[in-house]
Design a binder for this molecule. Sequence first.
Ligand SMILES: [Zn+2]
Length: 142
Amino acid sequence: MRKCDICNGSISGEESYFLTTKEVVTAEGYWRVVLPSFAQLWRQMGMKARVGEQLLHVVARIARLDTPWVVCLRCFGLFPLDPAERKSKAEEYLSTGKPAGGFALCRLEYKGTDIVVENIDDDAMMAALRAAAAADRAEGEA
Ligand SMILES: [Zn+2]
């Protein structure tokens, strides 16, 4: 059984939807779902987050993913995209393995304690950071 790339729940081929990394990371709704679990992880690790830097790190870790996303119907609901089209793209991807990649928005490198982010798509990275920051603020206010 395949796992949803967002919630990690099991999905069958018929319930799969195709997304690109850019579509995922520029959606505030995605960050609203995943940021709380990152925040929990930091707390468990005893990290007092410098929020801005942590956010860039988190965004870059996801934005560097080069392969297509295959997600469940519930997670696909976070994105205002045509379900029929994305379902057929997912079926094509799962049966042919194509498109295999080319969706990364940045590269991420660890140099000692430094995190070096090299953008591939500047505009998309800015949009992703804005979306994640907006979700982070919304969580802080909740
Ligand atoms: Zn899911």
